[in-house]
Design a binder for this molecule. Structure first.
Ligand SMILES: O=C(O)CNC(=O)[C@H](CS)NC(=O)CCC(=O)C(=O)O
Length: 277
């Protein structure tokens, strides 16, 4: 989807996507980061931030119930610790409209993008500090947002500590970094964690000077792209795939990396040697 600063239009778009997914027989729909709002500046989202029991989130919960579908709401401006900071919350809602889990983006995107915009997310957002996984009709989900994609240790924690089988990376990737890194990182994370990766993306031009890379994608645990949206500028849409958890277990059994791990994630386990010049 291509969200803008028009909260009503964004809701109508999500409603249309939920209808498409429900008509296609989907158990779940994954919406990207900033599904509810993308402002012209980072601080614009502060005007609409609200607690997760607030009126806007309630409308999305009602939508899940009306369409009888689980929703992964990939990034919502949740009321933060003070008037100048929101939390970037990925909220999981079941088909009865109940909130099952919420994850707050841990890694904030403070980057002067080469040939792209300067984005300073931490100016108006507070980082989360909790790793979150949640059971769903398609297996245990590892909840992340966008820039988290660049931190493989989070994926490792979700697989090995939390037992996640489906990694979620709802995003609003920039165009330059998306063209260079999006698909290769998502496929690498699927392969290295032997998990499904579902990455719903913002696309198109949101406002003057703000555009996203698009290319929503679903990758299986072997690293194969099983669904994607290739023409993100032509409008909103859904990519649909079946999640095969038996196949996932077969992939994990064939190359048993879980039993071959040597504890390198624990920095005290192995001494380090550097042969300097
Ligand atoms: O706050 C908003 O309005 C929307 N949020 C975003 O667009 C976020 C934070 S600025 N974008 C990313 O994390 C892009 C990461 C990325 O592009 C990369 O890792 O290369």
């Amino acid at each position: 989807m291509c969200a803008t600063d028009d909260v009503e239009a964004n809701f109508r778009t999500c409603e249309k996507l939920a209808t498409l997914a429900s008509d296609a027989g989907c158990a779940m729909l994954f919406l990207p980061e900033c599904f509810a709002f993308i402002g012209r500046k980072g601080e614009d989202a502060l005007a609409i931030m609200e607690p997760l029991d607030g009126p806007l989130m309630t409308r999305y919960r009602d939508l899940a119930r009306a369409k009888n579908i689980w929703l992964s709401l990939g990034g919502f401006p949740e009321l933060g610790p003070d008037a100048g900071h929101r939390l970037n919350a990925h909220v999981l809602v079941d088909a009865d409209g109940e909130i099952r889990a919420s994850y707050r983006k841990i890694h904030l995107f403070d980057v002067d993008v080469p040939n792209g915009p300067l984005l300073m997310e931490s100016k108006t957002a507070s980082p989360g500090s909790e790793i979150v996984a949640a059971d769903s009709p398609i297996g245990r989900l590892g909840m992340m947002i966008c820039y988290d994609l660049r931190f493989p240790e989070l994926f490792s924690a979700l697989r090995y500590e939390c037992g996640a089988r489906v990694m979620l990376v709802p995003s609003a990737f920039t165009r330059p970094t998306g063209a260079a890194h999006w698909e290769v990182l998502l496929r690498a994370r699927a392969i290295e964690t032997q998990s499904y990766v579902i990455a719903a993306a913002q696309c198109g031009v949101h406002s003057e000077g703000r555009a996203s890379y698009g290319h929503s994608i679903i990758v299986d645990p072997w690293g194969e792209v099983i669904a994607k949206l290739d023409d993100p500028d032509e409008g909103v849409g859904i990519a649909v795939a079946k999640i095969d958890l038996r196949g996932l277990e077969e992939t994990r059994a064939k190359i048993p990396i879980e039993t071959h791990r040597r504890g390198l994630g624990d920095r005290t386990a192995f001494p380090v040697t550097i042969a300097e010049m």
